[in-house]
Ligand binder design. Sequence first.
Ligand SMILES: O=C(O)CCC(=O)C(=O)O
Length: 318
Amino acid sequence: MTDQAGQGSGGGVTGDLATRGFHVFSPGLDPVAATDLLMAVHATRAFGPDLFLDEAEFLADPQFRGVNPRPGRNLVDRIDASLDFVERDPAIVAGLTELLGAGYQTLDRKLVCGVPRDWMPDWVQARTEGKAVNNLGPYIRPEYRDITYFAGIDFHQDLIDHPARTADFVTLYIYLHPVTAVDAPLFVLEGSQRLASTLFPHDLTPGEGDQWTYGDGRGGSTTVTQRMLTGGTGYAAVWHACTLHGTQQDTAEHPRLSLRYLLARDPEAGEVGIDAVNRALGGPLSLAATRRDLAEDGSARDTGNIVSTIRPADQQAG
Ligand SMILES: O=C(O)CCC(=O)C(=O)O
C-alpha cells in the first residue's frame, strides 16, 4: 500500500496542480452545510429505480445529447439550500484566486450522482456494459435531468467536453457525505497533467502497484500514480483540465452525491498560477477534437473501460 501522501495539501493549490495535477483542500468544507445541501437534494425526488425511463419510452425517442443539467434545468439553481459553504469558503476563494485570478469565472456548477448498480434496469445495464463513459442521462426521466447521473466514467480529462478550448480552467469537486472505496470515489492519475491535452480514450498501461504508463499519442509517455480520493463530508479537491481522472460504478446501497464546479481563469487578470502550470506542460493546451469514441448520434461506442479494471485490493488512498 502506498502512503496517504495526497490527502493533504502539499505545496498550495498552484504548486500541487503543477507537480501532481490536483490539490486536496485540508481541512475540507463545512460538513453541516454540506449535509444541509444533501438533505435538500434528497427531498427533491425518490432516488432509486424510478428515476429511469421504461425501455419502450427510451426507444421511442433516444436522446444522447442535451441530457445534462443546463440553464433553466439545474437543481443547484433552485434548491432550498445555500452553496455559500463552497463559494464563500475562504480557503477555496483564496486558492482559486491565486490560481485563476480574482475574477475567476464559473463555467458550470451542478450536482453529480453516482448510481448504485442495483437501481439500474437490466436494459440499461446491458447498454452501459463495457462502455467508457456511462453518463446515464439518456435513460433518466427528463424531469430528473437537473442532476448528472453516472455509472462510472473511464479515465478522462475535463477538457473532453471542450474541444478547441484552452486548458484555462479547473474542476472543483465536493463530497456531500463520506465517500469510501465503495461509493464511486474519484481516482486521479497523479502527474498526468504533464502530457497536456491528449485524445480520449487514453493510452494507459498498468505498471507496478499503483503506477501506470501513460502515452500522449505523439511519441511521449510518462509514469503516473493512481490515487483514490476518499474522505468525509465536505471533502474538496480541485484538478487541472488535463489531469486524468475517473470513477468506477457505485457499489454501495446508496447513491454518491457530489457538487462539481468548472472554474475558469479571469480573462482580465495578469499573471496567475495556472499560467505557470500551463507553461510547464509538455504538449498542446487544446485539441480541436477531444474524443474518438462517439457514434454519429452521440452514443458511445464500446471502447472498454480502464478504470473499472482496478481491483479493490489495488485501490490506494490518495
Ligand atoms: O462523479 C463521477 O462519477 C464522475 C465525475 C467526473 O469524472 C467528472 O465530472 O469529470
